[in-house]
Ligand binder design. Structure first.
Ligand SMILES: *Cc1c(COP(=O)(O)O)cnc(C)c1O
Length: 424
C-alpha cells in the first residue's frame, strides 16, 4: 500500500477502516482530559466495556447462589468455566478445542509444560532458546535444568543474532538445532520476540526440532491475538501464553496452553497433576489414582479463577466476533504506516533505528525503536504528551499499534511527537 505523510491521509484511512467502531468498545486511558495515544497493548491490553458486565454477572451469581453457582448458574456454571474459552483459544492459536485450555499463569504453565516435555537423559539434555529471551522464561529454563541436576552451562544453548544484526535468521536457528542434534531435548522459542518484535518462522523451528528428535514448544505471550497461528498444522508439541497483552483480559489474567493432539491419550506422560485434570466422571469421587482428562484438560490442576476468567471470556468474545484474520489485515497496515512515517523522518541510524524486521511476515504489531542518543528524553516527552509507549533499557522504545483500538491518526501523532523531540 502507498502511504502518504499527512494527517489528512491518516484520517482518511481511519474513515475507510471497516472495523473502526471497535475502538468504542474499549476504555481509553486519559491524559489532560483527552484520549491517550495508547501503544502498549503488547504489555497490557485495554479493557473492553463488556468485561464489567461479565464480571458483574459472576458477582451476582456468587451473591445469589453461593456455592450453587458451580452447577446452577444459568449462563455459565463455574464447574464448566474452563470449557467456555476453548473454541476462541483454538481459533486464535490454530488448534482444535481439545488441544487448548486456559489455566494458571504463564510462567507456571511453562514449568508444567517442561515437566512433561523436558525430560533430559544423559545423552539428550540440551535446551535451545533465543538469546535474550524474556527473563521469566530464562529463569524457568535455568531452574528446570538445575532441577534435573544437569550442568546448566552445558545444557542451555542460546542463539544470538549475527554481529551487527538485531534479529535472528531462520537459517541460523535451524543450523544451531541441527548442530546440537540428538543432544537436544527441547527447543523452546518465543513466537514474537518481546524485545525486537520479530515473528519467528515457527514451522521451520518445529521441523528442525523434530528432525533431531526434540520436543518443540513456544511461548506465545507476544504472538497470541497479534498474529494468526497454526500450531496444530505445524505440529508444535506445546505452547503457553498469557492473556493480558494482546488478549486484553486484564492484569495477571489467566494463561493458556496448547498440547498437540499427538500427546493426548497418553495417560502415562509425566506431569504434575491436580484434581481439575482428573477425569471429569470421577473428579468428585475423591478417590486415589490420577486418571487424566484426555487432551490439554488433563494438565489442569486447580478449579477455575472465575472472576478473572470472566474478563477473559468477555475479551475473547470480541476476537470471536471480528476474527484474527481481519485484525491482522488492519494490523499490517497500521504498523506499516508507522514504519513509513518513521522512515520518512530520514534520521541517521544513530538517532533512530527500527530493529524490528521490515518484512510484515516477520513481525506483528510492534515496532522496536533503538534510540542511541537521547532515547530516555524522547520517551519522557512522549509521556508528557499523553503517548503511552514502553521503555526497555538501555535504549529501546517499543510501540505497538493494536488494530482493535488504535487508529491511523494515533500513529501519525505519535510520529509527530517523536519528530519534534528528536529534531530540535
Ligand atoms: C509477558 C511475558 C511473560 C510474563 O509471565 P507471567 O507468568 O505472565 O508473569 C513471560 N514470558 C514472556 C515471553 C512474556 O512476554
Amino acid at each position: 500500500m502507498q502511504f502518504e505523510n499527512s494527517l489528512e491521509f491518516a484520517q482518511n484511512l481511519d474513515q475507510q477502516d471497516a472495523i473502526k467502531s471497535l475502538r468504542n468498545e474499549f476504555l481509553i486511558p486519559q491524559h489532560k482530559g483527552k484520549d491517550c495515544i495508547y501503544l502498549t497493548g503488547n504489555s497490557l491490553g485495554l479493557q473492553s466495556r463488556n468485561i464489567r458486565k461479565y464480571i458483574d454477572e459472576e458477582l451476582k451469581t456468587w451473591a445469589t447462589l453461593g456455592v450453587d453457582g458451580h452447577f446452577h448458574s444459568e449462563k455459565r456454571p463455574w464447574y464448566d468455566y474452563h470449557k467456555f474459552s476453548k473454541q476462541a483459544l483454538a481459533d486464535l492459536v490454530g488448534g482444535i478445542p481439545s488441544e487448548v485450555i486456559a489455566m494458571n499463569n504463564l510462567s507456571s504453565n511453562l514449568h508444567f509444560m517442561m515437566v512433561s516435555f523436558y525430560r533430559p537423559t544423559s545423552k539428550r539434555f540440551k535446551v535451545i532458546m533465543e538469546a535474550g529471551a524474556f527473563p521469566s522464561d530464562m529463569y524457568a529454563v535455568e531452574s528446570q535444568i538445575k532441577f534435573h541436576n544437569i550442568d546448566y552451562e552445558k545444557a542451555l544453548v542460546e542463539i544470538a543474532p549475527r554481529e551487527g544484526e538485531h534479529t535472528l535468521r531462520t537459517e541460523d536457528i535451524v543450523e544451531c538445532i541441527k548442530e546440537h542434534g540428538d543432544e537436544v531435548a527441547l527447543v523452546l522459542f518465543g513466537g514474537v520476540q518481546y524485545y525486537t518484535g520479530q515473528l519467528y518462522d515457527l514451522e521451520a523451528i518445529v521441523s528442525a526440532g523434530h528432525s533431531v528428535g526434540a520436543f518443540v514448544g513456544f511461548d506465545l505471550a507476544h504472538a497470541v491475538g497479534n498474529v494468526p497461528l497454526k500450531l496444530h498444522d505445524i505440529g508444535a508439541d506445546f505452547a503457553a501464553w498469557c492473556s493480558y497483552k494482546y488478549l486484553n483480559s486484564g492484569p495477571g489474567g489467566v494463561s493458556g496452553i496448547f498440547v498437540h493432539e499427538r500427546h493426548h491419550n497418553q495417560p502415562n506422560i509425566p506431569r504434575f497433576a491436580g484434581w481439575w485434570g482428573q477425569d471429569e466422571q470421577e473428579r468428585f469421587q475423591m478417590k486415589k489414582g490420577f486418571k487424566p482428562m484426555p487432551g490439554a484438560d488433563g494438565w489442569q490442576l486447580s478449579n477455575v479463577n472465575v472472576i478473572s476468567s470472566a474478563a477473559h471470556l468477555a475479551a475473547l468474545e470480541i476476537f470471536q466476533r471480528v476474527g484474527i484474520k481481519t485484525l491482522r489485515e488492519k494490523s499490517i497496515k497500521l504498523t506499516g504506516f508507522m514504519e513509513f512515517l518513521l522512515n520518512d523522518l530520514r534520521l541517521e541510524k544513530e538517532s533512530l533505528e527500527i530493529i524490528t524486521p521490515e518484512n510484515p511476515e516477520e513481525r506483528g504489531c510492534q515496532l522496536s525503536l533503538l534510540l542511541k542518543k537521547n532515547g530516555r528524553q524522547v520517551f519522557d516527552e512522549l509521556t508528557n504528551e499523553g503517548v503511552i509507549v514502553d521503555w526497555r533499557e538501555p535504549n529501546v522504545i517499543r510501540a505497538s499499534p493494536v488494530p482493535l483500538y488504535n487508529t491511523f491518526s494515533d500513529v501519525y501523532h505519535f510520529v509527530q511527537i517523536i519528530k519534534k523531540s528528536i529534531i530540535k
